[in-house]
Ligand binder design. Structure first.
Ligand code: PPS
Length: 400
């Protein structure tokens, strides 16, 4: 992909160079309030809303000004630490399965990480005074972004192109973000943040591309209004039934699996290829790096544990309760908190909070939990194991 050395017309009679465009936006973002908070970078606050570090915010504005979307484009949108790497891998391997069959010795994943296969507007494409020439990319072009719905490049919305959003339980998102930020804080000679301090910033909305709740609600509402344009996945549901999500993803972007492909096990092969276990074993994950505007990041940093409800190992019940209370208050009435379909074979939508506690569970009634497990084991085996394992862990932590 080449970078145009051209100019961007700011207004009639004046052509702004790319460098001037970047300088103008850098000056603007630098004038906004900022705070380090839950990051290893200064996070700038835009219109009292979202928080991002300087270069990606500038890149976002340049993308807004210069990116020309096509209706056939697909944009992956996520908060950081919500399953971006995973959905990029699933989308890329699904869309490109004809020219890159899963299992082929020259599959791109043998030499490129998912972030190289599907690039971020604000971290990779619109960086370093460049306005890339993306016209030469074949259809469908695949892009990614962490920005809130309202800050998407305007042409994305106008073109009607597809958006694939993934959200994650806020507590797991926080723990993943906190671990990631601390790694870089230590590298940069900063004190690591305590998890309680991180949770405090998070609840105040000062987290990368946060507030979390505004980000999720923005895409959720867009999904409700335009389900054919915005697909909404949850990390927890993807973990429960990745194959159903791969099928849904393929259907959404218009490349359904044929009967032959189904019979040949292509869906399961994609799930396996993109699984945490497989991806972490690849040489490119172990030794490769991805160039981002904030610096080169080791590919291994995008993988940590890859499980649902790891928050129980880090958050006290009080802190978890505080985050859940904010989530319940912010998401009440949105439809994001409630459980939906129970039909076999369909993607089942459940509340956004992983390891949700019922009244009995909150009061720590172990007998009730075990009884419920016994009664419902056949029907809801996986869900219950997942949820109740968390609760039991919490009880053990509380008893300690
Ligand atoms: S980033 O930096 O925004 O791209 O990070 P992101 O990929 O959104 O989130 C990283 C978390 O996702 C987990 N992960 C995966 N889970 C399941 N399957 C696969 N293939 C996978 N790849 C990455 C990763 O481990 C991070 O979660 P935590 O909870 O920290 O383990």
């Amino acid at each position: 992909m080449s970078s145009s050395a051209g100019t961007y017309p700011q207004q009639e009679g004046h052509a702004e160079t790319n460098e001037e465009l970047y300088q103008r936006f850098t000056k603007l973002v630098s004038s906004w309030p900022c705070s380090q908070a839950l990051s290893n970078y200064q996070l700038y606050c835009h219109h009292g809303g979202w928080h991002g570090s300087l270069a990606p915010m500038v890149g976002t504005m340049v993308a807004d000004a210069c990116f020309a979307a096509r209706p056939s484009d697909v944009v992956v949108a996520t908060l950081p630490k919500s399953g971006t790497t995973w959905i990029k891998a699933l989308l890329y391997s699904t869309v490109h399965r004809a020219e890159h069959p899963v299992g082929s010795s020259d599959h791109p994943f043998n030499s490129l990480g998912p972030h190289e296969c599907i690039k971020f507007f604000e971290y990779q494409l619109y960086t370093g005074n460049r306005v890339p020439d993306l016209d030469e990319l074949p259809d469908p072009r695949l892009f990614a972004t962490h920005v809130p719905f309202a800050s998407l490049p305007r042409s994305v919305l106008a073109s009607g192109c597809k958006i694939v959003y993934v959200c994650r339980d806020p507590k797991d998102h926080l723990i993943s973000q906190w671990s990631f930020a601390n790694k870089f804080r230590v590298r940069d000679g900063l004190e690591p943040l305590s998890v309680e301090a991180a949770a405090g910033f998070f609840c105040d909305g000062v987290s990368p591309f946060g507030p979390y709740w505004d980000h999720v609600l923005g895409y959720w509402r867009a999904h409700l209004a335009h389900p054919e344009q915005v697909l909404f996945f949850r990390y927890e549901e993807m973990s429960r039934d990745p194959a159903a999500h791969v099928r849904r993803l393929a259907e959404f972007v218009g490349c359904q699996f044929s009967v032959e492909e189904e019979e040949d096990g292509v869906v399961d092969a994609i799930v396996k290829l993109c699984s945490f276990e497989n991806m972490t074993g690849l040489e490119v994950t172990k030794r490769g790096k991805t160039e981002l505007v904030v610096g080169a990041v080791e590919n291994s940093s995008f993988f940590r544990r890859g499980v649902v409800a790891d928050w129980v190992n880090h958050l006290s019940p009080e802190t978890a309760g505080r985050i859940d209370a904010v989530t319940e208050a912010r998401f009440r009435g949105s439809g994001l908190l409630t459980a939906k379909s129970k039909n076999k074979g369909e993607i089942r939508e459940r509340g956004i909070i992983a390891g949700r506690w019922s009244k009995e569970e909150q009061s720590g009634d172990l007998a009730f939990i075990l009884l419920k497990l016994k009664l419902q084991l056949d029907d809801d085996k996986l869900d219950l194991w997942q949820d109740h394992l968390c609760i039991l862990k919490c009880l053990v932590m509380t008893c300690k």
